[in-house]
Design a protein around this ligand. Structure first.
Ligand SMILES: C[S@@+](CC[C@H](N)C(=O)[O-])C[C@H]1O[C@@H](n2cnc3c(N)ncnc32)[C@H](O)[C@@H]1O
Length: 779
């Protein structure tokens, strides 16, 4: 998988990008340029909509896409923020006008559960100039920064909804970057979280993408919803390794650190998302370059990879499991044809009838007939593969890159293809999208052996930009010229082995069990546990990640941390990972769990030089001795926000004495829910602090401090915020959050805990970036 990394990336559909980023900015593209004869000829031939609907569809495709966003986070925090939008911003924006014209306020997307997704359609100049929308825009930018809001295209929110993820599910996101759907899946796993404590779901989410840079974007994105249950890998999904986990782990059983003698079985998933790379023509409303560049060979070329990814996903699914296949393409060759071929290759699956789900989502049934073309000018389309082959000049049929699988199968009706969903832009003012929900109904009698034809298969070439599909996609050559050589099939050699720690069995502890997996093309090839792959057998020499290693639960540093930080014996110390080059090779795994502890340089000379990270607090909290948590109030918080290192004397009593009495090191304060002078908190707020010999520091990052300050006090009273304000007044442009004058309501005060909670955590992952051997490990 490694060899593609440098070229991978993708347009909106994760397909490769063709245009220079700014070549077709909307400012430069006239409506009259939004035309493409090939596009029109091809899609008219496919009958994707009726003749009467064709013009409305084109009109919609030419209009700018509305801005859409989703309120993110756990159920409790999301609902609090949603009430703030409903009760404060919508009324404020309902009165907004621009140059004498009323501007419509944001509205809830009608099909999204609990009204947590919104849409508004306001020109950029209004956002810049209308004071009300400017305020709202600031709010969105700010909340997006701290992870409470996800700017996401409406149609992109659909696939995770149909997966019905529950906290105990083992979930796989096969093509996950940049990660907007991964975030939705994670939120579903964490549905039972409270505002102050992160549950450790018994399920897990394995998010994967073959593009290394995009994988890192995904990790960055997912840090906004820190989850101990997330693991990220960087592998080719069409050839994803078998993951072996101990067969005998039962609910609540702790996985031993070394599993040499355990019987292993393949980890299968309850839910899998295959949001595959595609030509992305459903995104034309924002990726205007597609108007000019669209041609059908892009979709033709992606078909085989899409089938292989879906087929691999189907093989990794549990019985009764569910898999969602989706693209942002309108092309049946990338949609129904892929689903039909995968169903043929993997018996025992069916397309689920989900017509009763999300009834407010207007959609059209999947197609049962379509007419692929073999040349980019769409000079002709063909009802069947045979018809197509017959049309080729003598001798060219053999060289054709098209396969039978591009065409509708003879049994299209019996496959229930109309149960697939087509979302068209003119129906609800969205992008175009395709979704199919498949369920595994029974174990196939024998594993399918027929791989999709590799004829015509060639490597993906993608750039890192997510915005515009580009030219170097695995497009089939125009068969009429057949001039481009296709690359050899990619994939790890069958000898390749990769180990990744895995979370497998049910139960909070075992979910992070010390399990390893193997990467192999053949399901029977599994790496020896505990055996570091020989360098010559490792396919990807450019994988630069440090390995993850489990820390022995009796390691001195860990036991010191536990006593120093007052962690209860229930703390899952056998599940703590460090990340350093001394550990066993854990290749292709780029992220696991959440950081919870970090070395504190200022703590040198102390028994344990570690502190609980702000982002880890919510996960660690259930294991902290409650007696050691210090009671505080909003006044204490004000002091902590106003100065970086206030002395103990700066606090009012009784906190002043309490904190002075504490030893140096990491501590936690709790500000209880209720009315604190002019601020009302709807739930407790818990924060990590560091006490040195004379001063106290609030250990959350600057943005989280500014966020909290704005919510609670209506102004950014932090050092950085005041500096930014001063700079702004002096004519500069401060970057910290600035008080926009929006009134602080009780709801705003409530939601502050979201940022506090936005701190990531890892369930039990102590991550050491800088450390060396066991004694020197900095966890
Ligand atoms: C449509 S995008 C995924 C968008 C993502 N699900 C989201 O919601 O943010 C498709 C992704 O597939 C990735 N990709 C392309 N070929 C792949 C392969 N063979 N295996 C895994 N990922 C692949 C691309 O890097 C791209 O990030």
């Amino acid at each position: 998988m490694g060899r593609n990394n440098k070229r991978r990336g993708g347009g909106r559909g994760g397909g490769p990008r063709r245009n220079k980023p700014n070549e077709y900015r909307s400012d430069f593209l006239e409506k009259s340029d939004m035309d493409n004869e090939r596009f029109a000829a091809y899609y008219k031939a496919q009958n994707i909509v009726s003749n009467e609907e064709w013009e409305p569809l084109l009109d919609a495709l030419r209009r700018p896409l509305p801005t859409t966003f989703r309120v993110a986070g756990s159920r409790q925090t999301a609902q609090t923020l949603n009430r703030l939008i409903q009760d404060t911003y919508v009324p404020m924006l309902s009165d907004a006008s621009f140059e004498g014209e009323p501007i419509p306020p944001p509205v809830q997307i009608p099909w999204y559960p609990d009204g947590l997704a919104w849409q508004f359609n306001v020109p950029k100049k209004v956002l810049r100039k209308s004071p009300e929308f400017k305020k709202f825009h600031n709010f969105l930018v700010f909340e997006t920064d701290v992870g409470n809001i996800s700017r996401q295209e409406a149609v992109s929110m659909i696939p995770p909804l149909f997966l019905d993820v529950l906290p105990h599910h083992k979930v796989m996101d096969m093509c996950a970057a940049p990660g907007s759907k991964t975030a939705q899946l994670l939120e579903a796993l964490h549905a039972n979280d409270t505002a102050t404590e992160t549950s450790i779901p018994s399920g897990l989410l394995l998010a994967n993408d073959s593009d290394q840079k995009r994988t890192h974007m995904l990790i960055h994105q997912s840090a906004r919803l820190p989850s101990p249950a997330l693991m990220v890998t960087n592998l080719d999904a069409s050839n994803y390794p078998v993951i072996r986990v101990p067969a005998s782990l039962r609910q609540g059983e702790v996985a031993p650190a070394r599993l040499k003698k355990k019987k292993m079985e393949q980890l299968l998933f309850d839910r899998i998302l295959c949001d595959v790379p595609c030509s992305g023509d459903g995104t034309m409303r924002k990726n205007l370059g597609i108007w000019k560049s669209w041609q059908p060979m892009d979709g033709n070329g992606l078909h085989s990879l899409q089938v292989r990814i879906l087929q691999r996903g189907m093989k990794m699914l549990k019985e009764d499991g569910r898999i969602v296949y989706s693209t942002c393409s309108l092309n049946p060759v990338e949609n129904e044809a892929v689903v039909a071929e995968a169903l043929k290759l993997c018996p025992g699956f069916e397309i689920v009838d989900v017509s009763d789900r999300f009834p407010n989502l207007v959609r059209r049934p999947g197609l049962t007939a379509w007419r692929p073309t073999g040349d980019k000018t769409v000079s002709n389309t063909f009802a069947s593969f045979a018809e197509y082959q017959a049309s080729l000049p003598e001798g060219q049929a053999a060289a054709s890159k098209m396969t039978e699988g591009h065409w509708p199968p003879p049994d299209a009706e019996s496959l229930n293809l109309p149960r697939c969903m087509r979302i068209y832009p003119h129906l609800q003012d969205t992008g175009g999208f395709f979704v199919a929900v498949l369920e595994k109904t029974k174990k196939p009698e024998k594993q399918p052996v027929t791989a999709p034809s590799t004829k015509g298969k060639r490597e993906m070439e993608e750039s890192v930009d997510d915005e515009v599909p580009e030219s170097k996609k695995p497009r089939l050559t125009d068969d009429s010229t057949a001039s481009v050589e296709l690359a050899a099939p990619q994939g790890a050699s069958s000898e390749t082995t990769t180990t990744v720690p895995d979370a497998s069995a049910p139960g909070p502890e075992s979910a992070q069990g010390a399990v390893k997996a193997a990467e192999a093309e053949d399901e029977n090839i599994v790496a020896d546990l505990d055996k570091t792959p020989e360098p010559s057998k490792v396919s990807s020499s450019d994988f630069k990640e440090n390995p993850y290693t489990f820390l022995p639960s009796d390691h001195t540093i860990l036991t010191n941390c536990m006593s120093r930080l007052s962690l209860l014996p229930t703390f899952p110390s056998s599940n703590v990972l460090v990340r350093n080059p001394e550990g066993d090779a854990v290749r292709s795994l780029t992220s696991a769990g959440t950081k919870i502890l970090s070395k504190q340089e200022a703590g040198k000379g102390l028994d344990a030089q570690f502190r609980i990270l702000g982002e880890g607090l919510q996960v660690v909290l259930p294991y902290v001795d409650p007696e050691t948590v210090m009671a505080a109030d909003v006044g204490v918080l004000r002091v902590l926000l106003k100065a970086y290192h206030p002395t103990c004397a700066a606090f009012e009593e009784p906190f002043q004495t309490k904190v002075a009495e504490r030893g140096p090191g990491s501590h936690i304060i709790r500000i209880p829910a209720g009315v604190h002078r002019d601020v009302t908190l709807s739930h407790d707020v818990l924060l990590p602090i560091w006490k040195s010999s004379v001063s106290v520091t609030l250990m959350i990052d600057k943005k989280a401090k500014s966020a909290m300050s704005l919510r609670l006090f209506g102004a950014d009273i932090t050092v950085a915020g005041r500096a930014a304000q001063q700079q702004k007044e002096a004519g500069g442009s401060g970057s910290a959050a600035v008080n926009d004058g929006t009134p602080v309501t009780e709801l705003e005060a409530e939601t502050q805990a979201v940022e506090v909670g936005t701190v990531d955590d890892a369930m039990d992952v102590v991550e050491a970036e800088e450390a060396a051997g066991p004694e020197g490990v900095s966890v």
